[in-house]
Design a protein around this ligand. Structure first.
Ligand SMILES: C[S@@+](CC[C@H](N)C(=O)[O-])C[C@H]1O[C@@H](n2cnc3c(N)ncnc32)[C@H](O)[C@@H]1O
Length: 316
């Protein structure tokens, strides 16, 4: 379907009022570009491969944009938006410059616009995460390619918490392991573990959106045939004896996972936990020690920490 985009260039103070005008004229939502918001922007939870410098932004004021299907009488809507925007000064709001611009838009363009900020990223020595829509050629024979559509789930591979897990997996997997991935998100760690040689992988997530996303990503990596994904709360009800468990979840959630991880690991098995902000490291280490895990190493990137801990072998 064809759509028309109607944008109002305005001041920061008139953003809410103009959003309301655009929605009242039939836009199902509005896009707000506000110079003040950009100044506050940080790469965050879902913005892992965003390079802030690459994001187009306005230097001052704001632009509010609404979207209208071709079935609407656009000229009439534009006239009403101009009139109502001009009236805002009567309510003590300065809408200047109050310029109204209309332009045609293809539906697919705005559904996929965010994709241009995601690019292939070499996340470990051997692993490159490649967005599904990118055509990428290996740069050397040792490089492993992980195809991913980040979609709605966490896990583009480039967030420090994910990178730490990927680095630990690359360092500690020897091949042939049974592995559990708790909080799989996009499935990135399970798929990577399979490519690094793990034999039998079970992935869990509480969120069905993540489970669906992980299944889709599995299909993008047709060489990976040994990952099973299901919805589950941590390791509740899981009786598998694994060689390795990886969990990139927040510290608060890792704490209750520790006894479950101990029960699901073979003697001498490794528990890799990430998602730990540096202030919470001691809390997680204390819990691991309480269950007689030996902390082998703590990896760090920016403010994030990951722990590699070993369940004692029977002789210890
Ligand atoms: C930070 S993301 C990690 C995603 C991916 N494993 C990665 O490393 O990029 C944490 C994931 O844990 C999931 N999660 C949170 N609480 C959970 C729980 N109690 N049981 C299972 N999964 C959980 C969230 O839905 C989310 O997908």
């Amino acid at each position: 379907m064809k759509w028309t985009e109607i944008s109002v260039q305005t001041s920061n103070e008139a953003v809410d009022a103009i959003s309301h005008i655009l929605e009242a004229k039939g836009s199902k939502g509005v896009k707000i570009e506000d110079a003040a918001d950009y100044k506050k922007l940080r790469a965050g939870k879902y913005g892992e491969i965003l390079d802030l410098a690459e994001i187009p932004h306005i230097e001052s004021g704001a632009i509010v944009t609404g979207y209208y299907p071709e079935t609407e009488n656009i000229e009439e809507i534009v006239t009403q938006i101009k009139a109502q925007t001009a009236q805002l000064s009567e309510f003590g709001l300065n809408p200047a410059p109050a310029t109204v611009i209309q332009k045609p838009l293809e539906e697919t363009e705005w559904q996929t616009a965010w994709k241009k900020y995601y690019h292939p990223v070499r996340v470990t020595r051997y692993l490159t995460v490649v967005p599904e829509w990118e055509d990428y050629q290996k740069t050397d024979t040792a490089e492993k390619i992980l195809k991913l559509d980040p979609g709605m789930a966490f896990g583009t591979g480039t967030h420090p918490t994910t990178k730490l897990c990927l680095q630990a997996l690359e360092m500690y997997l020897r091949g042939g392991e049974a592995l559990l991935d708790v909080g799989t998100g996009s499935g990135v760690l399970s798929i990577a573990a399979s490519k690094m040689g793990a034999r039998d992988i079970q992935a869990f997530d509480l969120d069905q959106v993540a489970v669906d996303s992980a299944m889709e990503n599995l299909k993008l990596n047709s060489d990976v045939q040994n990952v099973k994904i299901k919805a589950n709360n941590l390791l509740t009800g899981i009786t598998t004896q694994a060689d390795m468990i990886v969990a990139n979840i927040l510290a608060e959630i890792i704490v209750p996972l520790v006894p479950q991880a101990k029960a699901c690991l073979k003697p001498g098995g490794l528990f890799i936990t990430s998602g730990i902000i540096k202030d919470k490291l001691a809390e997680v280490e204390t819990e691991l020690e309480k269950y007689h895990f030996e902390v082998i190493e703590v990896l760090q990137m920016k403010d994030w920490r990951a722990i590699v801990a070993k369940k004692p072998s029977e002789k210890e």
